[in-house]
Design a binder for this molecule. Structure first.
Ligand SMILES: Cc1ncc(COP(=O)(O)O)c(C=O)c1O
Length: 406
């Protein structure tokens, strides 16, 4: 496969207004026109290169749009103030009263809540399915279905969606396939596998410093223009615009994403293999024991590995809480939601990010209350981290005391 997203990012060259190596940050909400005619043409969408108003687009946001479109291999992109600010307009642009969505049942809790509780107010219904079973996905499609929605690697169960297989179904039924690729930037390029729209929460790996929220929708020029249309574009009219100062800072962090992803993946693989060996129920797409491992191997760019997300099931919510508190006290990371930080972040999704999902449904999908989701950090000496984590597990009784092997 001749597609390397890191090369595409590396090859971008933007000059600042005064020849700076970083593009100048645009600090204006509105823009002057030398002629009234150009203003009219811009409103009509006919004046390339002219800016109208920063809710629509700004030079700084367009730089980041271009870089993320290059990363995903799509024609265009539109950044937003948060991941949800990218997801919700994309769905509302495609669906209206009477329409139906088929979505994976294991998706980020906020997206699940939006589809389950919010969109029905607008007459949009959703069927949640096991996305790993393509026959169930196809069976859930009705004459009203407009969208297939999934995450490449699902949050928090780390199930793998067969994007090429889903794309075939979407094309057969004339649906749009939306893929949230937040957990697997660079590793997977969903648009190359047939996704129509690729979403990221930039908050996570792409920004990587846990200092802002952000999102992006990468798609065809036609779809991105429709989102930004002044008359009926969901992004333009709902207004989840990213601030220019922020897009400039996300852009700077994007440049080191390839180095960070390699280290996150290396560290997560190292820990997953050892904790699985130690007898803890470990879920990591890089492990042979992961049901989606063989499929995922065919989807990823191996340079960036299997990602930095891993789950460990420690048996009960009490043990999970005890262990997380101890690991935080031992400075192994933070008891916090989110992912993609230089330090490890851990949380129990059953009682946090996925608590929007009703208990019976969580049990059905295997989202147990003893499950801890880890976003493994950039630790330089991961063996030292392993030994320290294992000691914590022994202290709280998740693992029996024994000599800690390398
Ligand atoms: C997979 C996934 N998609 C989307 C989102 C939402 O992004 P944001 O919090 O930036 O709105 C999250 C947030 O946790 C996520 O994990």
């Amino acid at each position: 496969m001749e597609f390397n997203p890191a090369d595409n990012i590396q090859d971008l060259q933007y000059f600042g207004e005064f020849g700076g190596v970083n593009p100048s940050i645009s600090d204006s909400s509105t823009y002057t026109f030398l002629s009234a005619k150009t203003m009219f043409d811009t409103f009509e969408g006919n004046a390339e290169g002219c800016y109208l108003y920063s809710r629509h687009s700004s030079p700084s946001n367009l730089y980041l749009d271009k870089a993320l479109a290059a990363m995903e291999g799509t024609e265009s992109a539109n950044v937003a103030a948060s991941g949800m600010g990218a997801i919700t307009p994309a769905l509302l642009q495609l669906c209206g009263n009477g329409d139906h969505i088929v979505a994976s049942r294991t998706i980020y809790g906020g997206t699940y809540a939006f589809l389950k509780n919010f969109t029905p107010k607008f007459g949009i219904s959703t069927s949640f399915v096991d996305i790993t079973k393509l026959d169930l996905v196809e069976a859930a499609i009705t004459k009203d279905t407009k969208v297939l929605y999934c995450e490449t690697v699902s949050n928090p169960l780390l199930e793998i969606a067969d994007i090429a297989g889903l794309s075939k179904i979407a094309k057969r039924h004339n649906l749009k396939l939306i893929v949230d690729n937040t957990f697997s930037p660079l590793s997977v390029a969903p648009a190359r596998l047939g996704a129509d729209i690729v979403i990221h929460s930039l908050t996570k790996y792409i920004n990587g410093s846990s200092d802002t929220v952000g999102g992006v929708c990468c798609a065809s020029q036609e779809f991105i223009s429709s989102l930004k249309n002044v008359n009926d574009g969901a992004s333009m009219l709902l207004g989840p615009t990213m601030d220019s100062l922020r897009s400039a800072s996300v852009m700077k962090n994007l440049r080191t994403l390839h180095i960070r992803m390699k280290q996150h993946s290396y560290n997560a693989m190292y820990l997953a293999q050892r904790f699985e060996n130690d007898g803890i129920k470990t879920v990591y797409p890089g492990l042979e024991s992961h049901p989606g491992h063989q499929l995922y191997k065919t989807m990823i760019n191996p340079e960036y590995g299997f990602g930095g997300m891993m789950t460990l099931d420690v048996g009960s919510p009490e043990k999970a809480n005890e262990l997380m508190e101890l690991m935080q006290a031992e400075n192994l990371g933070y008891l916090a939601v989110s992912l993609g930080f230089y330090k490890t972040l851990f949380s129990a999704p059953g009682t946090s990010t996925s608590s929007e999902i009703p208990l019976e449904e969580r049990i059905q999908m295997g989202l147990t209350d003893g499950l801890i989701r880890f976003s493994i950090g950039l630790d330089n000496d991961i063996n030292r981290t392993y030994r320290m984590m294992k000691e914590c597990m022994q202290k709280v009784g998740v693992l029996m005391n024994e000599l800690v092997a390398d």
